[in-house]
Structure formats: C-alpha cells, structure tokens
Ligand binder design. Sequence first.
Ligand SMILES: NC(=O)C1=CN([C@@H]2O[C@H](COP(=O)(O)OP(=O)(O)OC[C@H]3O[C@@H](n4cnc5c(N)ncnc54)[C@H](OP(=O)(O)O)[C@@H]3O)[C@@H](O)[C@H]2O)C=CC1
Ligand SMILES: CC(C)(CO)C(=O)C(=O)O
Length: 298
Amino acid sequence: MRILVFGAGSLGTLVGGLLASVHDVTLVGRDRHVSRVSKTGLDIVGAESAHVSPAATTTETGHGADVALVTVKSFDTRAAAEALEACDVDAVLSLQNGMTEEVLESSLDVPVLAGTATYGARLVAPGRVECTGIGRVVLGALDGGTSPLAERVGKAFRDADIRTLVAADMPRRRWEKLAVNAGINAVTALSRVENGRLASHEAREVAHRAARETARVARFEGVRLPNRVAREAIDRVVDQTAANRSSMLQDVEAGKRTEVDAINGAVVDTATKYDYEVPTNRTLAALLRAWERGEGLR
Ligand SMILES: NC(=O)C1=CN([C@@H]2O[C@H](COP(=O)(O)OP(=O)(O)OC[C@H]3O[C@@H](n4cnc5c(N)ncnc54)[C@H](OP(=O)(O)O)[C@@H]3O)[C@@H](O)[C@H]2O)C=CC1
Ligand SMILES: CC(C)(CO)C(=O)C(=O)O
C-alpha cells in the first residue's frame, strides 16, 4: 500500500516508520528531520525497535498515495487539508486528538476515516523517534458502520505489526476519546502533574465533570455516550497511563501551543449549538488560552 504521512513529527514518524517495514511510505515533515531520514534512514527506539528507510520530504506536492495519514497538531488541520487537496490521494485517515475529521471532510473530496491512537511517540532527534508506549490504533468509517476501505487500511496496519482495531462505532469512540482528553489533558496541564496523580486527588472530580459535560454534548449530537462510561474512561486511562505526562502538559512545559481549541474548545462550541452550558470545559479552555496568550508561549 502507498501511504503518505502528512505531519511527520512524533506520532507520524513512529506510525509511518512502523508501516515502512512493509509498505511504500513517504513522510512529509520539516527539513532537518526529513533530510536526516533521507540520508541515513529512521531509527525507531524505545518500546519498538527498528531501522527503516521511508521516503521523506518537506512537500506533499506531486505525491500520490492510497491513503494519507494526517498527524499534524489539530490547529494545523485546515492547512493540511489544503495541502492534501493538491495531492493524488484516494483516502485520508486522521490519527489526531480532537474533533478534526470534520475539517478534513469539508475540504477534501475523498473518503475520510476516523482514527484514534494510544501509542506514545516522541521525536527525540532528526531521524530518531522513541516509542514511549505501545498502545493501539482504532479506525473506521467517520459516521460509523462497516467500511471495506477501513478494513483494507486496518489490514495494512496489522501487516506492519501495529496493534489495530477496525471499529464500526467510531462516532462513539471519538466522543469517548474527546471526553478523556477534555478531562485529563487540560487538568494535568494546568496542575503540572502526570496522569496518575489524578487518581488520588480532588482534581479527578474536575476531570470527571469535564468528561460528563462532553458525554452530554455527545448525546445532543445523537451519540450514545452515558456519563458513567465517560467517567469510567477517565479512571481507566488515568490508571493505564499513570506515568504519562499528557500531550497537553508536554506542550505547556515546552512553551508550545496546545490543542485546547480542538478539545475543550470543541466541547464548548458544540454545546453552544444546543444552548447548553458546559462550565467546566469553558473554564479549562479559558485558563489554557490565558496561559497561551500570556507569558506561556516561547
Ligand atoms: N505524540 C503522541 O504520543 C501522540 C500524539 N497524538 C496526536 O497526534 C497529533 C500529532 O501529535 P505529535 O506527533 O505529538 O505532534 P508533533 O508536533 O510532534 O508532529 C506534527 C508535525 O507536523 C509538522 N507539520 C505541521 N504542518 C506541516 C506541513 N504543512 N508540512 C510539513 N510538516 C508539517 C510539525 O512541524 P512544526 O511543529 O514545525 O509545525 C510537526 O513536526 C496530535 O493531534 C496529537 O494530539 C495522539 C496520540 C499520541
Ligand atoms: C490519553 C492521553 C491523555 C494519554 O496521556 C492522551 O491522549 C494525551 O496525552 O494526549
């Protein structure tokens, strides 16, 4: 399968690198990284270990693919969609956090698959990516149901030994992941603690409230996500990723822009459509944006 990875940073480089062991992969990323990969190949270290030699470039122009993986940060999704319009790709799969597939679907006239990834990845140097945790990729039709395209892409991932589930209920899974990110990412970023600290702290109640608000908004959108399931998802992920510093905490510690707009901001924006108040998500989004617009970003 020909695979274009648009946004070869941490996650894109890890997933693209693993896929490169059996597929024709092209990484689209920034110059220092893709130049090193082109010259000396890619080292995958940590929980996964490999040396692969995918094609690597700074521009997507002129590249075709059976599927393009979108792995830019959520706030770069519209630019990614505009770039992919100029490419000859037959399908798109987002592995991003946040509700980004709608942006891709509105801009591109190819099928958009929904995806979530719980692998941990960190680009440690140009040409070198660390797998910080083996998780799973879950992918499927954006609106749910079975999809021969999703089955083909899922097989391609499994053929590369990537733990992959093809699911027919992506709407619910997306909203459940959003509830997890809305609760854990913002709370750990603002309190500067790893995920596991929430297990024994009153801040877990804040995460639960953000998740419950997200579940209510999901139900407004016609997605069956009970409050209990959202709350249990928070507790499960806090337990399973106890040592993780969430991606939002890592962004804050690095002085980088966060994905708050596509996470807590998306909950607020969607709730507003239904004239429904989500005070916890609104507060978390406001505090993170205040940090971003204050002294936060370097
Ligand atoms: N890292 C992880 O462990 C996981 C990440 N995710 C999600 O995956 C997504 C990506 O995260 P992550 O990999 O950590 O982020 P990164 O910032 O490491 O990767 C994104 C990369 O895309 C590059 N990029 C953006 N626009 C372009 C462009 N037009 N052309 C070429 N390169 C471009 C960025 O460069 P620049 O920074 O210079 O703009 C950056 O190197 C996020 O939504 C995140 O929440 C989900 C699960 C796990
Ligand atoms: C699930 C969780 C919270 C794991 O850290 C995550 O997706 C992230 O950090 O963005």
